[in-house]
Write a protein that binds this ligand. Structure first.
Ligand code: 5GP
Length: 132
């Protein structure tokens, strides 16, 4: 049974896509803690990020670097915070979160609510900066 993130990367479940390569896929988190909160996954389905082979783990971080630059260009913030949690979805992923302070990366606070159009707009703007 493929993970929900494999289904997203395969296009079987819709997502607000930011960027894609042969091995990696970036898309907006559906329950963002901050505007522009993005998830980056390897297409290879492995649960624990630290069980990825070295090359895939390194590639995931390098791919995330490009995505983080695009988010930073798009969403006013001091930093792109990164975190790995992995308690909800058993498919390795990195959270990229625009932050102005440590409170912006608090997963216990209420999630932000965007309309489909707002999600599309955020994703399109980050994707345009990724491709520029
Ligand atoms: P974690 O596994 O890192 O604890 O949390 C998984 C993250 O994936 C959460 O932030 C959650 O909002 C996000 N998420 C879960 N299901 C989906 C989904 O179907 N689509 C998207 N875009 N994000 C999801």
């Amino acid at each position: 049974m493929p993970s929900i993130f494999t289904k997203i990367a395969n296009g079987d479940i819709p997502s607000y896509k930011i960027a894609e390569s042969e091995k990696y896929y970036a898309f907006l988190d559906i329950n963002p803690v901050a505007k522009g909160h993005t998830l980056v996954i390897p297409k290879m389905e492995v649960d624990d990020i630290f069980e990825l082979d070295d090359e895939t783990l390194m590639g995931l971080h390098l791919f995330s670097k490009g995505v983080a630059h695009a988010i930073k260009k798009t969403i006013p913030c001091l930093r792109i915070g990164t975190t790995v949690i992995g308690l909800e979805v058993p498919h390795a992923h990195i959270h990229l979160i625009p932050i102005n302070g440590v409170h912006d990366i608090d997963f216990k606070k209420p999630k932000l609510d965007y309309t489909k159009e707002e999600f599309q707009d955020i994703a399109a703007k980050i994707a345009a900066n990724y491709n520029s």
